[in-house]
Design a protein around this ligand. Structure first.
Ligand SMILES: *Cc1c(COP(=O)(O)O)cnc(C)c1O
Length: 469
């Protein structure tokens, strides 16, 4: 039974960790519930045909690298449609989906109210290129919800939001250097492609060719959860650092939580050195809580980037923060940033509807409860099978590493058994569960995931872990 916890956890969670556990009698197998030895009927012929054609048309066959199953091997699954907690592939297989379009689908895919509102908005036109009242509505919702945001600018992606916030950090402080953390991903702008997470980590790429050294010379990096390194960087570059940007809960190097005092320490350090603190909440915004990670952990940055959930499945990003900083953005101020499709009525509508749904009482308690149940179940399944694992969840975001842990930064995340993860990923796919095809990505739940979906997923994990033990 899933009962919401009495209180929502306000403190950073540390990762539950446990080493390999073999049963007393030396056996490592869990009881098989689904008949593991039956042949698994998982035909993906049509997916393979479409992907083969795609590879001749687009680099790697995809529009974004993480969608290709490079690190887990095998062929990616081509989706036909999505609804609620499920995705159906072009061969008719159904999956319980824990990728959720990489974050936006927190209310479930194709929510009827979002689709209904979009239908109406569509009739009035898809893009105005002029002010539209819906921008005010979504702006007010974001400003009301996110503690640091007094003014906001809408853009079309998280990448765009992070690019703009970087320029703004520099414009406001008159300084050029920026500190980011190893394994954090802030989109694909030049400056951020240094020790980046997500697809860069998944593919094990060195820092990308095409990025001028002169540009990344101003990007300083530190290990996540290590205040001492940040202190040292400030000491080494006095008066030169514009700010610090980070994922307040990491989702792009696998799932890593901030240790108690880390976010607070960064807040103090940046203040002390006249630098800005930027929380990249593109993933965590409206997911970790309605006010994002900053509301959950009680640390207010100077600037915040948003994306994913606030677009409700359409392309949206945003950056916002202190009014005195945001007033620097053109046309209010001199820092230039613009966008033809920014704030278009369709994207605003999907965002507004999604936030309205999330604002209902009990949503985050529900998300927290199912995600905790799922995480507890999968960790237990791994331990039963004797597979080393550590992992955890915060609200509707979860993750695990196939190593004893605990994992506090990207270096430690690399101890995960990626070969075993690849087998596990395939076994889960064959059992109708779609996980992110990489050890270095977080998992996402939604309001559409039922208790039965979660229990079925745990059963699939029990079989899959037994297979890969
Ligand atoms: C996804 C993500 C981005 C990039 O957003 P896109 O919309 O993919 O450009 C930036 N930062 C974080 C933390 C993200 O998770």
């Amino acid at each position: 039974m899933l009962t919401p916890p009495a209180t929502v956890i306000q403190q950073p969670l540390t990762l539950a960790s446990e080493g390999p556990r073999v049963r007393k009698d030396g056996r490592r197998l869990v009881p098989l519930r689904f008949g593991l030895h039956d042949p698994v009927m998982h035909n993906t012929t049509r997916s393979h045909e479409i992907f083969a054609a795609a590879q001749r048309l687009m680099p790697g066959g995809v529009s974004s690298p993480v969608r290709a199953f490079k690190s887990v091997g095998g062929q990616p699954i081509v989706f036909d449609r999505v609804k609620g907690a499920y995705a159906w592939d072009v061969d008719g297989n159904r999956y319980i989906d824990y990728v959720g379009s990489w974050g936006p689908a927190i209310c479930g895919h194709a929510h009827p109210e979002v689709i209904g509102a979009l239908r109406e908005a569509l009739e009035k036109g898809t893009s105005f290129g002029a002010p539209c009242a819906l921008e005010n509505t979504l702006a007010e919702m974001v400003i009301d919800a996110v503690p640091s945001v007094e003014m906001v600018r809408f853009v079309n992606s998280g990448t765009e939001a992070c690019m703009a916030v970087l320029r703004l950090m520099r414009a406001f402080t008159g300084r050029e250097k920026v500190i980011k953390f190893e394994g954090c991903y802030h989109g694909h702008a030049d400056m951020f492609l240094v020790k980046a997470g997500s697809g860069v980590a998944t593919l094990g790429l060195p820092d990308s060719p095409g990025v001028p050294r002169s540009v990344t010379a101003n990007t300083l990096t530190a290990p996540y959860n290590c205040l001492e390194s940040v202190k040292a960087l400030f000491a080494e570059h006095p008066g030169e650092i514009a700010g610090v940007i980070l994922e307040p809960v990491v989702g792009n190097a696998g799932f890593i939580t901030p240790e108690p005092g880390f976010l607070e320490g960064l807040r103090e350090l940046t203040r002390e050195h006249g630098a800005l603190l930027v929380l990249d909440e593109v993933m965590t915004g409206f997911r970790i809580s309605y006010g994002g990670a900053q509301a959950k952990f009680g640390v207010t940055p100077d600037l915040t980037t948003l994306g994913k959930v606030i677009g409700g499945g359409l392309p949206v990003g945003a950056y916002g923060g202190r009014a005195d900083i945001m007033e620097m953005v053109a046309p209010a101020g001199p820092m230039y940033q613009a966008g033809t499709l920014s704030g278009n009525p369709l994207a605003m509508t999907a965002g507004i509807k999604t936030l309205e749904l999330l604002k209902q009482p009990g949503t985050y308690e529900r998300l927290e409860a199912i995600t905790q149940r799922l995480t507890a179940g999968l960790l237990e399944a791994a331990r039963e099978a004797g597979v080393p694992i550590c992992g955890g969840s915060v609200s509707a975001m979860f993750g695990f590493f196939l190593c004893p842990g605990p994992v506090r930064n990207f270096e430690e995340a690399k101890a995960t058994d990626t070969a075993r993860f690849a087998k596990l990923h395939r076994a889960m796919l064959e059992r109708g569960v779609y996980l992110a095809p990489s050890s270095y990505e977080a998992g996402f739940t939604s309001l559409a995931h039922s208790d039965a979906d979660v229990e079925a997923t745990i059963s699939a994990f029990q079989e899959a872990f037994a297979l890969v033990a």
